[in-house]
Design a protein around this ligand. Sequence first.
Ligand SMILES: *[C@@H]1O[C@H](CO)[C@@H](O)[C@H](O)[C@H]1NC(C)=O
Ligand SMILES: *[C@@H]1O[C@H](CO)[C@@H](O)[C@H](O)[C@H]1NC(C)=O
Length: 154
Amino acid sequence: TFDHQHHQSVVSTRHYRAPEIILDLGWNQSCDVWSLGCVLMEFYLGRTLFPTHDSHEHLAMMEKILGPIPTHLLQQTRYTHTHNCGRLMWDDSNCSDHYNQCEPLKHMLRRAEEEELRHLLDLISLMLEYDVTHRISLQEALWHPFFNARKKFL
Ligand SMILES: *[C@@H]1O[C@H](CO)[C@@H](O)[C@H](O)[C@H]1NC(C)=O
Ligand SMILES: *[C@@H]1O[C@H](CO)[C@@H](O)[C@H](O)[C@H]1NC(C)=O
């Protein structure tokens, strides 16, 4: 899809779908950075980062792993049933096993002993930034220490 072409409201395979698409806030190439972040994490975990088929649970998993979705994004969405005053509505007490298995990225970082793994998780956290205006670009990602450390071998 070129910039000037019609942007369908729903794109991407479910598990790799960026929050701006789920919330119907419009999207551009940055949604691919999110998807790639999910794929990189999948390589590390050996399983899908967001194993769900439900948009609301998907957003709740994002919050569990990445922290709260910024209020200004939730307030822009037309899906008013998903949030209350800019906070995602979600009952933690009645969740799927998949949801319960989602681990906060912060915890993964705390456990990471090797520098390489810390670099990887840091890069992924920049790719999984909710706000597109702050999400890392692919060009910037290539300069991240995770890749930079390898450049000397190329
Ligand atoms: C918990 O989830 C199940 C299955 O989605 C649903 O049938 C049930 O009503 C929920 N219970 C509460 C207390 O929300
Ligand atoms: C996508 O849109 C956001 C918000 O308008 C903008 O900050 C970003 O630079 C755009 N990304 C690309 C790759 O065009």
